[in-house]
Design a binder for this molecule. Structure first.
Ligand SMILES: CC(C)(COP(=O)(O)OP(=O)(O)OC[C@H]1O[C@@H](n2cnc3c(N)ncnc32)[C@H](O)[C@@H]1OP(=O)(O)O)[C@@H](O)C(=O)NCCC(=O)NCCS
Length: 252
C-alpha cells in the first residue's frame, strides 16, 4: 500500500490519507481545516482556553470539533472532551482516542473497541525543507543515517514521517503507561514504500510493548501534511495469543 495519495492540499486528499492510516472498524476519525465552519465549544471546554491566543484557540476548537463528530458516531453526542493533568484529552470511560493539529488542519481518532488499549494520532504540516539543524535533537543516529541516505528527493518526506510517528508514539505511551519517552528515546523504522513503520523505545522499560519487539504503525501523505497512527491492543490472554498475532498481521 503506497502512503502517497494524489497531491493536493485540500480536505479530500487528507481524507484519503487518513482513511488509509485509520482502519474503520475499529476506528472512527474526523478531519477539519481552516475553511471548516467549527461548532462552538462546550462551556467546560471553553474554560480551558481562557487567556489563550487565537492560534491556540483555533487548534483546540478544531480538535474538539473533530472529537465531537467522532464521539457522536460512537454514540456519545454532546459530551465535552476535557483535559487530563498531562494535557491529554479526557474521553468517555469506554472510549480511547487521540487528537492532533498542525498548519490549519486537525484530526481526532477514537474507538470503543475494548480490545484497543491506547491510540496515538499525529498530523504534521510539511514545511519544506525539514530543518537539517534540528536532526540531532529529534532523531537517533540510525534514523538520521536512513533519512539522509534516502537522497535529496525523499529525505524531507522521510524526516517528517519519522517525526510525526514519534509524536504518535509519545501520545500512545502517555495514554497506556503514563510515561512520555523523550523524542530521541523513540526509534522509528519507517517503510514508506509500504506505508508502515515499527516503533520501539530501547532503554525505556516503562513503555511496555514499545520497549520489546516494538509496535507497528501506519503513515500516509497528501499534498500538505503527513499523518501517522499507532495503537496498542490489550494484552491477550495466553490462549488467545496466536489469534492476536495473526490479527495484528492482517491489520497491516
Ligand atoms: C503530547 C505532545 C507530544 C503533543 O504533540 P504536539 O506536537 O504538541 O501537538 P499535536 O497537535 O500533535 O497534539 C496536540 C494534542 O495532543 C493531545 N495531547 C497533549 N498532551 C498529550 C499527552 N500527554 N498524551 C496524549 N495526548 C496528548 C491533546 O489533545 C493536544 O491537543 P489539545 O491540547 O488541543 O487538546 C506534546 O504536547 C508534549 O510533549 N506534551 C508533554 C506532556 C507531558 O510531559 N506529559 C507527562 C507525561 S505523560
Amino acid at each position: 500500500m503506497s502512503p502517497f495519495f494524489p497531491f493536493g492540499p485540500d480536505l479530500a486528499f487528507n481524507r484519503a490519507a487518513a482513511a488509509a492510516v485509520w482502519p474503520s472498524p475499529p476506528f472512527r476519525h474526523a478531519l477539519c481545516e481552516r475553511s471548516t465552519r467549527l461548532g462552538s465549544l462546550h462551556p467546560a471546554e471553553a474554560e480551558l482556553m481562557a487567556g489563550a491566543g487565537p492560534g491556540r484557540v483555533w487548534d483546540f476548537r478544531a480538535g474538539r470539533h473533530c472529537a465531537r463528530q467522532v464521539l457522536a458516531a460512537l454514540g456519545h453526542a454532546g459530551i465535552p472532551v476535557l483535559m487530563d493533568a498531562h494535557g491529554a484529552p479526557r474521553w468517555p470511560r469506554d472510549v480511547v482516542g487521540s487528537i492532533s493539529h498542525s498548519g490549519g488542519k486537525a484530526i481526532a481518532v477514537a474507538t470503543r473497541d475494548p480490545a484497543i488499549r491506547a491510540v496515538g494520532a499525529d498530523i504534521q504540516m510539511l514545511a519544506w525543507p525539514f530543518p537539517r539543524e534540528a536532526l540531532p535533537f529529534l532523531f537517533r543516529p540510525e534514523e538520521i543515517r536512513v533519512i539522509l541516505g534516502a537522497g535529496p528527493r525523499h529525505a524531507d518526506h522521510h524526516a517528517y514521517a519519522v517525526f510525526s510517528a514519534k509524536e504518535s508514539v509519545m501520545k500512545c505511551c502517555c495514554a497506556a503507561f503514563g510515561c512520555l519517552p523523550e523524542m530521541t528515546a523513540v526509534l522509528i523504522e519507517m517503510d514508506l514504500a509500504e506505508g508502515i513503520f515499527r516503533a520501539r523505545t530501547p532503554g525505556w522499560p516503562a513503555c511496555g510493548d514499545f520497549h520489546g519487539s516494538g509496535v507497528a504503525g501506519r503513515v500516509g501523505f497528501d499534498g500538505s501534511h503527513v499523518l501517522t497512527g499507532i495503537w496498542l491492543r490489550q494484552a491477550p490472554r495466553p490462549g488467545r495469543m496466536l489469534r492476536s498475532i495473526q490479527h495484528q498481521r492482517s491489520e497491516l
